[in-house]
Structure formats: C-alpha cells, structure tokens
Design a protein around this ligand. Structure first.
Ligand code: G3I
Length: 366
C-alpha cells in the first residue's frame, strides 16, 4: 500500500492496528525500523517528540533519520529562545528555527513552540526595553513574529515556561522575572490571551519542572492553573518537563497522582514535554545504568498514566549523543562531562531499556 509519508504523518492518520507501510517520493520505505513507537503512540492519539537543534540535523544524517523515524513532532532545544533570536540588537535571527521548520515540513512532522515567554535567556538589551516600559510591545512583537511565521505546523506552544518559583516569595509563588516586575502577577494570563489571539487552534501550554518531586511547587502550579481556568484564560494543558533523576531522589507519587487528577478535573490535558534522566554514577557498566534509567521512567509513568496518558510524549533530546546532561555547565552531577545515558537511544543510535518501557506503557493504554 502506498501512502505518502507526509500526508500520513502530518494528518496523524489512525493506524488500524498494523503498521501501514508507506514510501516516500523516491519509493524508499519511508517507515524506518524506528517508527513502531511513533505509530503505537499515534494509535492512542499521542505524539512522540524530541528536542533537537538544527546543527544536529544538518551534521548528522543518522540522527536526522532517527528523529524523523521515531518522532511525529520536534521541539527547538534552544533556537526559539530570545537569547538566540535577538542575540544582536536590531537583528532577528530565526535561521535555526527556519531550518527546523523546513525539516519538520519535509519529514511530515509537527513542531512544538518552546518557549514564548521565559524568565531565562533574555538578552540584556531586551531586558532594558522591558524595564523601560516596553514589555507588552516586546511580548506582542515576539509572539507575532514566531507564531505568524510558522503557522499551524506549530500546533502546541509553551506559552509561559517556569513561572513558579516559591523561593522568590512573591504572590502566588510566582518567580521574580523581568515579566513579573514589569507586568505584575497577571502577566501569565496576558500571555495566554495574546497567544490565543494569534494561534486560535493551537494547544496552549503552561510548562514547568520538578512537579514530580516537589509537592509545594506542584501546589502553586495547580493554583496557577485554577486561576487561569477560573479567569477563562485560554490554557489547554500543563507541560510536565519530567527531568528525572537516577540519583536516589524519590518521586512524590501521591502528590503527583493528586496533581494529575486535579488537572484532569480542571479539564486540562497533561503533556510530558522534556523527558530525560539525570545520572550521577558513570563508572558502572552500561547495562546497569540503562536498567536504572528504565526503572526511574517506569516508576514515573505509573503515576502519570493513572489518570489518563499524556497527549504529547516529548524527550529532551533523542540520543545520548546530544544530551544537555553530558555538559558539566548544565549537570553539576557530571563535572567530568561523561556521556549521560538518560534518553531512549544511546550515542550510537541504538535503543535502550527505557525505549521498551515507554513502548510497553503506550501499548498498554486501553
Ligand atoms: O552551540 C551554540 C553555538 O553554536 C551558538 O553560536 C550559541 C549562540 O547562542 O549557542 C550555542 O548553543 C547553546 C546550546 O545550549 C548548546 O550548548 C546555547 O547558547 C544555549 O542557550 C543552550 O542552552 C540550552 C538551555 O536550555 C538554555 O537555552 C540547553 O541546550 C537546553 O537543553 C536547555 O533546555 C531547558 C528548556 O529550554 C527548559 N527546561 C529546562 C531545560 C534544561 O535546562
């Protein structure tokens, strides 16, 4: 049966049980050996995704093929951040994002927009503008630029990222940020309303981390979601970043289950947006490390799936070859820069135990 891969994948056609064979324009089998996870997920109307960077796709054909085989969506790991786009005053650099857009379009993939508004990675000249009273103009210009440019291929947006940080002791547990200082606690609502006005059909997401470990933070995130829903702000889902730890840190299962139930009761979807596992022990055999990583994810999914599976299942990277957790700057547990083995594929693009855990969790969904 010949089905054009682009149509098949971009429309997320239901797979009737068997994997439908498809071929690309050159007649090559467009369904690589790594497509079974994606199609198992599509059968349950779940998208599988990964964070990538344009340089990884340009410079590594094996990786680019693995991404298009395994995923039905990609998310820019850093090329949609303000620090990349507005790095130079007066210049709007979307070259990286444009490449990712073209790659997604030609591979029949969708994109996640990440992030529209974040406290981090704001260039100093932009911070000056925010502090000088141009916060709303800067926010509207940015939203118009990126939402307008990429249209419906980006059907899921992290509208606000990581706005909760109770340690800053602000109202509602909101984080001290240039946006908070300039626009007050309602900046989150404003951002969602603005995003909806430009992306009428996209999934609008509030995205944050550590909810699976920190019940206090989870409580503030839930309170934020309740306020957004009560005030009819157009939020559709919460993104659990899901940066997990294979270091003995314990998941708060009871708190996480309650959180997921409350989110569902609010009528919101749950997404896994940045799944990976941070290691601390690098001097033990790979098979032991991979089994530990798989166990951490299996443990986590038991709570997440209890109140219905996530609509999007996105890894923060796909192969260990490009994991941010191998960089000492981002992973204080890894000062020597060892390869962190916290993703579904190793640095040679081979599946690991955690791949099987995720595949069976998805296959087990009724
Ligand atoms: O390598 C490029 C260089 O070629 C380029 O000229 C330069 C210009 O900015 O950037 C360099 O890339 C850096 C990239 O990491 C690769 O090392 C970016 O500067 C740097 O911003 C980027 O850091 C990213 C970080 O967010 C901040 O943007 C990490 O890759 C990324 O994994 C991390 O992701 C965050 C999520 O967005 C939010 N949740 C937490 C997660 C982990 O911190």
């Amino acid at each position: 049966m010949h089905i054009d891969r682009r149509r098949f994948l971009s429309q997320g056609l239901r797979v009737s049980g068997a994997i439908v064979l498809a071929h690309d324009a050159e007649g090559r089998s467009a369904i690589g050996s790594e497509s079974e996870l994606k199609f198992a997920a599509l059968e349950k109307r779940i998208s599988i995704g990964a964070a990538v960077a344009s340089a990884q796709l340009k410079g590594d054909r094996d990786f680019a093929r693995l991404v298009s085989d395994t995923c039905s969506r990609i998310v820019p790991e850093w090329e949609m951040k303000w620090s990349t786009i507005y790095r130079m005053p007066g210049i709007v650099d979307l070259s990286g994002m444009d490449y990712l857009y073209e790659y997604a379009k030609s591979s029949g993939l969708r994109l996640r927009g990440h992030p529209l508004l974040w406290h981090s990675r704001i260039p100093s000249h932009i911070k000056v503008g925010i502090e000088e009273g141009r916060a709303r103009t800067l926010m509207a210009d940015h939203f118009r630029t990126v939402i307008g440019r990429y249209g419906n291929l980006i059907d899921s947006w992290d509208v606000v990222n990581e706005a909760i940080y109770p340690e800053d002791k602000h109202e509602y547990g909101l984080r001290e940020s240039p946006w908070f200082r300039a626009l007050g606690p309602k900046y989150v609502e404003e951002a969602f309303i603005l995003a909806r006005s430009m992306a009428p059909n996209a999934r609008l997401v509030y995205n944050d981390y550590n909810i699976e470990y920190d019940r206090r933070k989870a409580g503030y995130v839930l309170a934020l979601l309740r306020r957004l829903v009560k005030e009819k702000a157009p939020v559709d889902a919460v993104g659990l970043q899901s940066h997990l730890w294979a270091t003995g840190k314990k998941i708060d299962h009871a708190g996480l289950s309650d959180f997921c139930k409350e989110v569902r009761d609010l009528g919101l979807d749950i997404l896994i947006t940045e799944l990976d596992v941070r290691e601390r022990k690098f001097d033990i055999p790979f098979h032991e490390r991979d089994a530990t990583v798989a166990g951490v994810v299996e443990d986590y999914l038991e709570s997440i799936f209890q109140y219905g599976p996530p609509k999007e299942f996105v890894f923060w990277g796909l192969s260990d070859r490009y994991s941010w957790l191998s960089k000492p700057d981002y992973n204080p547990e890894n000062p020597r820069g060892y390869l962190n083995r916290g993703l579904p594929f190793d640095d040679k693009m081979k599946r690991k135990d955690v791949w099987a855990v995720i595949y069976s969790a998805i296959k087990s969904i009724k």
